[in-house]
Ligand binder design. Structure first.
Ligand code: SF4
Ligand code: SF4
Ligand code: SF4
Length: 426
């Protein structure tokens, strides 16, 4: 099987096809600390793409409450357990090997879904990725366990339990990660799934799909979904007309625009873009691209379950209040460093964070204009120490694909006082 380099796990791995990289890659950063589970993103996708017959269970974008929620139910726990059973005690990272752009989080020494499937044969030949087909019951409701917290409490010798406040949960918004090494594509015996050379979007050719559901079984994130009414599988299409600048309202001159689920986000947790790839498939050095800046330069946003091996292109700023071992299982070894930065962001990072949901066109470049210092705020860091955060009222500018300014926003939100004579009018 060909060998490819997966920078998220810091090493080469087996993949059924030779490396073939797009020029740009669709990617996104979600700030979990801000998501309020309003499901506006979910409904924006549903009302655009999956309102047809036989698509009732299709939620290409969903928001689930972790640790118990999931759609389909328990998707991640199931796959993690399968991998652990196959490779007991060895699904581990060597974070000490961190370094360079080819292994920024260290090295994952366990088995990816591709490696775990080696040696398995099914009715269509060698199995390409370890996975499972969810049951109908697991697909039957998208939001079971919403707002369910872990139970806290301290057991007393007499068997009673004292409540304490160590309960936690968080919202995980998910869609297809348009992976660099897609397991859905790897598993399809009809070669019906392809990755677009311009933007890395992964699509299912409906005319080639025979509905074998190998993609549904193989996608570790369970984002390829079967539609019995048509006998084919479907998935997120990354709102590709918007990426191509074909929405006349958002893109009067053909500028690439963000997708429906991104632009509708009420909590302003989302920033989507296109990152430039070099000939070797690595992210080209591009420190003024906001996604490059957050993911590669600052490492504040981390991939979801990088150990699965598909090199997902969705990145998350982890939530500050969640126990670290849980987060490290989900986002890899970079969690604590990301949370430390987010807890007390420096001047430039704070400015770039203002770009979330500030424009509908994709931002390809940012610049920061310096402003005056407006505050000094004491911050308690995760380790209990105190830092002083200096806040500057800098202005951050965002530029579209044609280098035209599309957003200009200050760190400090401006306040406008309504004149007294209009105090109660709108
Ligand atoms: S998330 Fe799943 S469906 Fe999407 S590209 Fe990756 S493997 Fe395929
Ligand atoms: S990118 Fe478009 S198709 Fe994909 S989940 Fe978001 S709204 Fe749906
Ligand atoms: S719209 Fe934004 S804040 Fe609301 S659930 Fe979706 S990701 Fe979270």
């Amino acid at each position: 099987m060909p060998r490819v380099h997966n920078w998220q796990i810091g090493r080469e791995m087996s993949f059924p096809y030779e490396d073939a990289h797009p020029k740009h890659q669709f990617a996104f950063v979600f700030n979990i600390n801000r998501c309020i589970a309003c499901q506006t993103c979910t409904m924006a996708c549903k009302s655009t793409w999956t309102f047809g017959r036989g698509q009732e269970h299709m939620w290409w974008n969903n928001v689930e409450t972790k640790p118990f929620g999931g759609y389909p139910r328990f998707w991640d726990v199931k796959l993690l357990s399968m991998l652990e059973q196959l490779n007991p005690g060895k699904q581990v990272w060597d974070a000490a090997g961190s370094g360079g752009s080819k292994a920024p989080y260290g090295r994952f020494d366990g088995k990816t879904v591709f490696e775990a499937a080696e040696g398995f044969i099914d009715e269509t030949g060698p199995k390409r990725a370890l996975g499972y087909l969810p049951t109908d019951e697991e697909w039957d409701a998208p939001n079971v366990f919403e707002d369910h917290a872990t139970t806290g409490g301290t057991a007393l010798p007499n068997g009673a339990t004292l409540r304490d406040n160590k309960v936690w949960y968080f919202y995980l918004a998910r869609l297809c990660n348009h992976c660099s090494y897609p397991a859905c594509l790897a598993a399809c015996p009809r070669q019906a799934i392809y990755k677009r050379p311009d933007d890395g979007v992964v699509l299912i050719d409906q005319s080639r799909c025979n509905g074998y559901q190998k993609c549904v079984e193989a996608c570790p994130y369970k984002k390829a979904i079967y539609r019995a009414a048509t006998g084919t599988s479907e998935k997120c299409v990354a709102c590709y007309p918007r990426l191509e600048g074909k929405d006349p309202l958002l893109s009067p001159s053909g500028e690439p625009a963000e997708t429906r689920c991104m632009t509708s986000c009420v909590g302003k947790i989302r920033l989507q873009g296109l990152v430039r790839l070099g000939d070797d498939g690595q992210w080209a050095h591009d420190p003024t691209n906001p996604l490059y800046y957050l993911v590669r330069e600052r490492k504040i946003a981390l991939p979801l379950y990088p150990q699965f091996g598909t090199e997902p292109n969705g990145y998350y700023i982890p939530p500050r209040w969640v126990p670290r071992p849980y987060l490290e299982q989900m986002f890899g070894p970079g969690v604590q460093a990301a949370i430390d930065q987010y807890s007390c962001p420096d001047r430039e990072l704070l400015a770039v964070m203002q770009l979330f949901r500030a424009a509908q066109q994709i931002i390809f470049r940012f610049a920061v204009e310096k402003g005056p210092k407006v505050a000094e705020i004491p911050v308690t860091m995760p380790d209990g120490s105190t830092k002083v955060q200096e806040v500057f009222n800098d202005t951050v500018l965002g530029f579209n694909k044609f280098d035209k300014e599309v957003v200009r926003i200050t760190v400090q939100e401006p306040v406008f006082e309504r004149p007294a004579q209009h105090a109660n009018s709108i």
